[in-house]
Structures are given as C-alpha cells and as structure tokens.
Ligand binder design. Structure first.
Ligand SMILES: NC(=O)C1=CN([C@@H]2O[C@H](COP(=O)(O)OP(=O)(O)OC[C@H]3O[C@@H](n4cnc5c(N)ncnc54)[C@H](OP(=O)(O)O)[C@@H]3O)[C@@H](O)[C@H]2O)C=CC1
Ligand SMILES: N[C@@H](CC=O)C(=O)O
Length: 800
C-alpha cells in the first residue's frame, strides 16, 4: 500500500489537477493506494480571512459568496460544508469574536471540501473513490490549532476503518484535521496535512509515502534564491529531521517521526513534473556531508544587556520565563562568558512583545542599574547550514567577510553538525549564494564590472566571453560581466552581458555614476565583485575607494592610481586592507609580461634589488626599433604604433616619457620607495609647440614631429640605434630611489640594439644575481596581450 499526499497547490490549477488525476490513475494500476489531501489552493487563508471579516463586523458575506461560487465547487456536493461555514460565520459576526475551536471547525471545511471534490473527479473518470473524513479515526488531544494525535487509539480506529473499506475503493482522506475524544474538530498545526499523511502511512504500515508538492524535491538551497542549487537525490531520516528542524518548508519534524517508527520511506515529488524521481528520504545511509542550507526570514534580534548581571544566578531563567509567558518562541541564542548580555532571535512580529515582556520583568533591575538596555535589531534572517561543523567553516566564513557580509551572530548546535548565521535580511540572498558556492563546490560566481570598453577593455570583454565556459568547466569559476561602462554610459545585466554587448551598449546603456553601479550590484545581491579599470582616466580613479568600500576588488590596466601622490597610494592600500580587498595591476608595467609579480616576490623574499633598467615602453620600443633602421618618416612609424594599439589613448603620454616614468615609479613603489612622480627625471620628446594642444589637433599634426626626430637620427654614430630607456637606481634600501628616463644611442649589436617589434626588456639587478641580471623580455604593448594580462589578474582574484 502506498500513501499519496497532494498539497493545496497541486489541486489548485487546472493543469496540476489533471496531473493529480493522471498520477492516481497510473499508481492505482501499480498497487493499492490511499490519498491524503490538503485544502485546495488558498482555501485555508480565505476561510480565515472571512472569519476575521465576520469577527470585525465587516461585510464577510460578499467574500463568502465569492468563495462559494468558485468554479470547482460545482464538481461535488459540498452543501453540508458550506452550510456549516455559513452558520459559523453568522455566529461569529453576531458575537464579534471567535476562539480556536471555532477556527478549527472553519478551517477543517477546506480539507473536507477538497476530499469530496477529488473523490468526485476520480469517480467521474471511472475510478472508484470515496471521500474520507479523518476526524472519525484521528483522535487528538484538545490543543486546538496544533493538536497532537493520540496514537494508540487513532491507530486502532484507522486500522479498523481501512479493514472495513472495500479494497477496490480509493480512500481520499482529509489531511490536517482530527477530533478530540468528545468529537470536537481539531487541526494539526503547521504542515498538518503532511503530519496526517505520515500518521496514516504509519498506522496502515504503508510501503511508501509519496508527497506530491510543486517542487522537484529537496534542494541544497531554495532554488528561487540560488540559481545553481542542486536537488538532493537521497536523504537519511536523521538528515531530513535536521532539515525539518531548521525550517525546510516541505518537511516538518513531526512528519518524519511516524515514518521512522515503521521505517516507511518518504518521497518528495512534483505534481507538475511527475516523471522526476524527487528526493527519497529513508533509513539508507547516505554520504556524510553538508546537505542543505535553509533561510528563516523576518526575524529580529533582541539584545538584553546589564552590567550588574555577572555571576547572578537565574537571570536567563527570568528572561526565558518572561518570553514563555507571552508564548514567544526563541531561535538562535547567544551569551558571552562575561554574562553581561544575552542576544536571541525571535520572529519579527514578536520582537516588540518580547522587549515589553523583558522591560516589565526587569523594571526593578533597570532601577538598580543592573540592567541597562533592551534593544531590538530588526530585518534579519537566519541562514542555517545543515551538516556543517566548525572545523570546515573557515572557507564559507572567509568568503562572507570577503563579500562584506559580517554575520551579526553565529552559533553551532550541540551536535556540532549545524551552523546558523544571523545576517541582515537585505544581505541574506547574497550570503546564501556565497556560502552555497563555497560549500557545494558549485562554480564560484565572479561578478565583474568593466570600465573602459576601448581597445584593451573591449578585447578583454571578448576574451572573457569566449573563455567563460571553459574556465567554468576547468576551474569551477563562473565569470559574469554585469556592467560595462565608458565615459558616458553603462550597460547593466545582472544575469551576465553576452556577445551582443557592442550592439546593446548602443541601444540599452544609460548615463550613470559609480554609486548607481554599486547600488545595482547590491540590489541584485551580486557576490564576489570585481571592478576593472581599463580607462586611462585620472577622473575614474576617484571611484576606487568607494568601490573598495562597497565590496569590490580592483584590477586596473590604468596606471594613474599608482602614480599620483604617495598619500593616495597609501590611502588606497589602507582602504583595501580595512575592507579585506585586493588590487591587482600586473599590466601596469610590461603589459602581459609577469613583471610586477616577479618584483613583488623578489622583494618579499628579502632579495635586495639594486637596479632595474631597460626599455619599458612597448610603443616607444616599436617606434625606435623601426625608425632607427627604416627610411620612413617618424610620423608614419608613430601612426603604425597607434594603429597597432601600442600607444596610450593620447600618444603624447608615451612620447613625453611620462608613461615610462609612471612604470618606473610603479616598480619603485613596489620596492617600498616613496618617490613622487615629480621627482622622476624625464626626457620629453615632444616639441614644445605640440605639448599643450588638444589630442585631435596633435593627432592631425604628427608630421610636425619629423624634423625634430630626423635631426636626432642624423646625429647617430655608425652601427648604433635609438632606444628610449628607463632606469631605477640609487640606494634602493632608502626611502627614495633615482628614477630617470631618456632617449639613448646603443650599438646595434647590443641586447637593447637587437630588440624587435614592440618588445620591452627589463633587466633586474639583485645582490644574489650580481652582474647577471634577471631578464624579462617580450611584447610590452598591444591590446590583446594587455587584456590577457588583465584576465590573469581576474583569475588570480577568483582563485582566492
Ligand atoms: N595598449 C596597451 O598596450 C596597454 C594599455 N594599458 C592601459 O590600458 C588602458 C586602456 O587603454 P586603451 O584601451 O588603449 O584606451 P582606449 O582609449 O581605447 O579606451 C579607453 C576607454 O576608457 C573609457 N573612459 C575614459 N574615461 C572614462 C571615465 N572617466 N569613466 C569610464 N570610462 C572612461 C573610454 O570611454 P569613451 O569611449 O566614452 O571615451 C574608453 O572606453 C590605459 O590606461 C593604458 O595605459 C596598459 C598596458 C598596455
Ligand atoms: N603605451 C604603453 C602601453 C603599455 O603600458 C607602452 O607603449 O608601453
């Protein structure tokens, strides 16, 4: 025998109801079945609302008429139930009050109607079915509203009923309701229909209880909140019990126990997807480990503090007695060993009542100043990690802090198998996703905002979109670009921007400021945030600190933030530290070459770097490598460098030597030198008349550069070429180094003279390496190598 239980939602819509009939038709061919039903759809709420209208002397009759006229009420003879309701409502409206007994009688009509309608429908489809009022065999205590079955007598009556029932007839039994031994109607409380089904399965020793819901089974987290939540195939009774205790809405602790007694498996199934095998809960051992995350929203923290409470016996007892007297249930509890304060979680609706009860109880202690405050923090949520012990809690906790979510409280259960975190309600969804990703090893989602979609930024976006799937497959990291911003507009998509971004940015982008992007990320609960600066803007860097303070890690190809004042450089790093955020900028020197990381590691390991010199600029390398040996005008070679994407957006940043100066300064600061940009000796290669004009004018006047550079070239000695070099020297153990950039003449046969294309070369001299420097050489400019370098920074951050 199988017991099939159908919830209210399964019976509410046409499609679901048809599925219910089809499921029953199929199951009845496989063996004997008994059906348990809840009230249809929102019936229970509606009946209660009408009751309240009647109590408050409002027009309850219109609402009751609407209820009676529901189309599906024509499908069975439910006059008795409607008559009972009519009388009860009339009585309540007369006396303007009702008690729990009346309420139970009213609500019970929902299940009675439901069982009649389903039985009638089954009969109409040629199956033999009868509605069964469970009040005749579920005998309960008199705890109206949340009654408990008296098992022995209920079992006997149930078995007697089913023994007498024609074996061919399908019983459609009302869930949720019972009666006292005096015949008064009771209801079985929250999840009552599931409890009825479990009791029935126990009493008739069913082979399985199949609970048809509107979801495919139990998930690792609520799939409405966590997109990649996974269905759990099998659970042990103990694990299901834990889940039920922590508020999994499908389960209720008291529904598991009757099944455990007779070892009856419970399968959670979906009426709308009956082919799915759902979740099986049985006594079969399952892999140990974390099973699920649950969230309890709408809770508040009551904080009770008193300096005079240390060592006083009985304070906690008074607190909880005062709450118990008000019928207030307490969740997470926290008390430090100092005994100076006690914090506990209650449902939001009970918070004021709890505070009032404590104020009353401790009024005298306020007077003596032993108690000094009772306060409430509202709008909280509790996230429970079922199956988590503290020994492996470090990663989810660190991930939360990294995402700027610091739990207000956390505790673990005495069994050591569950951890509960109290967080702000508005952070709950993000927190749930962060913890879920960490615990279940499901692709860690990285949400990226790219600022600057020019040569480097645009190439980076394309690279990310092309590689995202393979990175997710190989590294379990899901990269999602949720924002692309330029100097005027931003394109936003919390689900991830796709390959059409160039079109979309034209049609769908909007004017913005940085706070709007931050607000968007928060409103959409986006976790693991990275902001990437691919601009060359001195304005944009003003956004770095707000971004860090709002939970973003930073990556930049833009060199400005690292080369303005040393005080900003320090302030940024302090902000990063205070907010547990990272800033990576490997492409600031040598584009995609691994230079900054190498210098950082050498310095950190205590290696004494004595000098760094070389050709730092990819564009100037390209320009002088070619101009020195080709018969082309300087302006033409410069145009080639611009077209190939080697130069800065304004190429004067390169020709002025500033870009090389910045790179030198960035390396110097990696060595803890505190130089300022103004202290760099820079040879500017731009004739004075072209230094102050705007960028378009300069770009239209490139030929004016030719005489200046021709003269330099003509002065070259035989077998020499021009190279623009940078050098960091001096006593690098002191506060400041000597930084210099200049155009020099080198033998064609020398290492520098042999450079080709846009190659940069960096010679790093250290104490251990002596006269043989570490040499790093390779393409020092170009959108694609630079974007690849930025991509490397993204993966470094994502891996942390
Ligand atoms: N090219 C290379 O080889 C290397 C470049 N870099 C660095 O990469 C960065 C980008 O260079 P590149 O792609 O060539 O530059 P581009 O000029 O091609 O692109 C710059 C982008 O930044 C945007 N932008 C400008 N100001 C702002 C602002 N205030 N807020 C938001 N967006 C802004 C521009 O928007 P709009 O179109 O609206 O103006 C544009 O989308 C530079 O900092 C450069 O130093 C680093 C290493 C190597
Ligand atoms: N314009 C720069 C690009 C990289 O920083 C250069 O030429 O090196």
């Amino acid at each position: 025998m199988k017991v099939l239980k159908f919830g209210g939602k399964s019976l509410a819509s046409g499609q679901a109801f048809d599925n219910v009939i089809n499921i029953i038709k199929t199951k009845v061919n496989e063996g004997p079945i008994v059906i348990v039903v809840s009230a249809i759809g929102d019936t229970t709420d509606t009946l209660e609302n009408i009751l309240d209208l009647a109590k408050t002397k409002q027009d309850y009759t219109t609402a009751f008429e609407t209820f009676k006229n529901r189309a599906y009420h024509n499908e069975a003879d439910i006059n008795t139930e409607l008559e009972v309701l009519s009388k009860l409502y009339e009585g309540v409206s007369l006396i303007e009050d009702y008690g729990v007994k009346i309420k139970d009688q009213v609500l019970a009509q929902g299940e009675l109607i439901s069982s009649k309608i389903l039985a009638a429908q089954l009969n109409a489809k040629g199956l033999k079915a009868t509605p069964v009022d469970s009040r005749q065999f579920f005998i309960t205590d008199a705890n109206f509203g949340s009654a408990q079955a008296i098992e022995e007598v209920s079992k006997q009556k149930t078995q007697a009923y089913f023994a007498a029932l024609d074996k061919e007839t399908i019983a459609v039994v009302t869930g949720f309701i019972g009666s006292t031994d005096k015949g008064e109607t009771t209801t079985l409380g929250r999840n009552g229909s599931n409890y009825s089904a479990a009791l029935l399965a126990n009493f008739i020793e069913a082979d399985e209880l199949q609970n048809y819901t509107h979801v495919d089974g139990i998930y690792t987290a609520n799939p409405d909140w966590v997109k990649n939540a996974q269905k759990i195939e099998e659970l042990h009774f103990d694990e299901a019990n834990e889940l039920a205790n922590f508020g999994a809405s499908i389960l209720h602790a008291k529904t598991i126990l009757p099944l455990v007694e007779n070892n009856i498996p419970l399968r959670i199934l979906n009426t709308l997807n009956p082919e799915n095998k759902g979740t099986l809960i049985s006594n079969k051992p399952t892999d140990k480990g974390i099973k699920s995350l649950s969230v309890q929203s709408n809770v508040a923290l009551v904080q009770f503090e008193g300096r005079g409470l240390l060592g006083i016996v009985g304070v906690d007892a008074r607190v909880f007695t005062a709450l118990a007297n008000e019928g207030i249930s307490v969740g997470v509890i926290s008390q430090g060993s100092s005994e100076r304060g006690l914090g506990f979680i209650v449902e939001e609706k009970d918070a004021d009542k709890a505070a009032e009860a404590l104020n009353r109880e401790f009024s005298n202690d306020f007077y003596t100043r032993d108690v000094n405050s009772i306060s409430i923090i509202r709008d909280l949520a509790v996230i429970s990690i079922i199956g988590q012990n503290l020994s492996t809690f470090d990663k989810p906790y660190a991930a939360l802090v990294k995402n700027k979510i610091v739990p207000i409280l956390f505790n673990n259960t005495v069994t050591g198998k569950n951890v509960s975190l109290v967080v702000r309600k508005e952070e709950a969804k993000k927190a749930l996703n962060v913890v879920h990703g960490q615990i279940f090893g499901i692709a860690k989602k990285i949400n990226i905002a790219v600022f600057g979609n020019g040569l480097v930024g645009g190439t980076l976006i394309d690279q990310i979109l092309q590689s995202a799937q393979s990175i997710e497959d190989k590294k379990n990291i899901a990269l999602s670009i949720f924002a692309i911003g330029n100097s005027k507009k931003v394109l936003l998509n919390d689900g991830g921007i796709n390959c059409n971004w160039r079109e979309e940015i034209k049609d769908q982008s909007v004017a913005y400021n940085i706070q709007e992007v931050i607000d968007y990320a928060n409103a959409n609960h986006l976790e693991n945030l990275i902001a990437i600066d691919n601009t060359a803007s001195g304005e944009f860097i003003k956004n770095y600190i707000p971004l860090v303070e709002n939970g973003f890690d930073l990556i930049s190809s833009n060199k400005i933030a690292n080369t303005i004042s040393y005080s900003f450089y320090n302030e940024l790093r302090q902000t990063l530290k205070a907010n547990h955020k990272e800033y990576l900028y490997e492409t600031n020197v040598g584009a995609g070459l691994p230079l900054i990381d190498t210098i950082k590691l050498l310095h950190l390991s205590g290696e004494n770097i004595t000098k760094i010199k070389g050709v730092f600029s990819g564009s100037l390398s390209y320009i002088f490598n070619n101009y020195s040996i080709q018969e082309k005008p300087f302006s033409e070679v410069l145009k080639e460098a611009i077209t190939k994407g080697f130069t800065e957006p304004d190429p004067r940043e390169d020709l002025s030597g500033n870009d090389v100066g910045r790179k030198l300064l960035i390396l110097a600061r990696e060595l803890d030198l505190q130089n300022e940009f103004e202290e760099i000796s820079i040879q500017n290669l731009i004739p004075t008349d072209l230094q102050a004009v705007d960028t378009p004018t300069f770009l239209n006047s490139l030929e004016k550069l030719n005489p200046y550079f021709d003269k330099i070239k003509q002065g070259l000695a035989p077998d020499t070429v021009l190279r623009y070099v940078g050098e960091l020297s001096g006593d690098l153990q002191k506060d400041k180094g000597v930084l210099e950039t200049k155009l020099i003449e080198v033998p064609t046969s020398s290492a520098l003279g042999q450079l080709k294309g846009s190659d940069s070369i960096f010679e790093i001299y250290t104490e251990s390496y002596g006269d043989n420097p570490i040499i790093i050489q390779g393409a020092g400019a170009g959108a694609s190598v630079t974007a690849r370098g930025v991509f490397g920074d993204i993966l470094r951050l994502a891996d942390k």
